[in-house]
Ligand binder design. Sequence first.
Ligand code: ZN
Length: 333
Amino acid sequence: MAIKQLIKSTSGWLYLNSPVGRQQLQGAGVILMLHRVLSNDRAADLPHRNELCVGPKAFEHLLVWLRKHFDCVPLMEILQPNALRSERPRVALTFDDGWRDNAVNAFALLQKHQVPASIFLSTDFIGSRQRFWWESLGETLWGSHGDKARMHLIECLHARKHPLPVLLDDIDVERRSLALLHYLQGLKSLAPQELEELTDECPKDSLPQALDWHQVRAMEASGLVRFGPHGASHAILTGLDDARLSEEIRRSRDALNNGCNRPLPVYCYPNGDNDDRVRQQVADHDYPFALGTGTGIYRGDGDPLNLPRFGVSQRTARHPQLLSWRIYRGARP
Ligand SMILES: [Zn+2]
């Protein structure tokens, strides 16, 4: 661990274990944001996966650490706490998008450690073979689907005037992965239609990327996991006109109502993007709460339609003390 990280993790540890830290966090809620849990940690270590993916060993390490320092509670217990509160700070886990690996890799570990979680589904993807563009484009460019597929996609990107940076051919794996991360971030601004067309140029995986409704219901039946909407098509809500915005929220709400027994009254903005207009529409569709991606801890004040969360990467899951450092930063007045 680099010296700077060591200082952060030590300060974070001290904070969680000091009277000041414990007092500041008393009654406060910490909401964590995750996306994927891969089947191996080495794959999750690379920079272009690190932000959205954790490996099973790191994830289990995080769960054990959380149970040691926090009360791990369902999200609604942070948003609508009952009168009985323990001294310890509370933490709730959330997962965005609805990746299949949430059922395949994460669920068994959540059960083993009895940690509740909420999963927010981009409902068009659930039970379909529709693919998330950043996963398909990213892994095809990384070469996970072979050289032929990679070259084909590169040609398509060239033809559409999105040439790849030279660094994407760097001999160093870390640098190559970092270059890919930056390149994918740059593609976020393309029109959804174009991203979909590019995704169609990628080879199809043998398994769907997203959960299906059977998996959703099986996890819900355990009593440990609840579900809420994360858009229908994962379109960035602030970019939609009023009619499309309303349609997107309604479609995702209806899908949840059909597919789950007890969907959460919490919306989760794709990419975290929201503004006054989006928040109003979400409220008009009967959601009293919504999750953004701004960091901070929740004390019952602040805008319930733009709740803060702390993102968890493979790095922070491996070194959860880094998370306590960020909580400390978020907790400071
Ligand atoms: Zn998302």
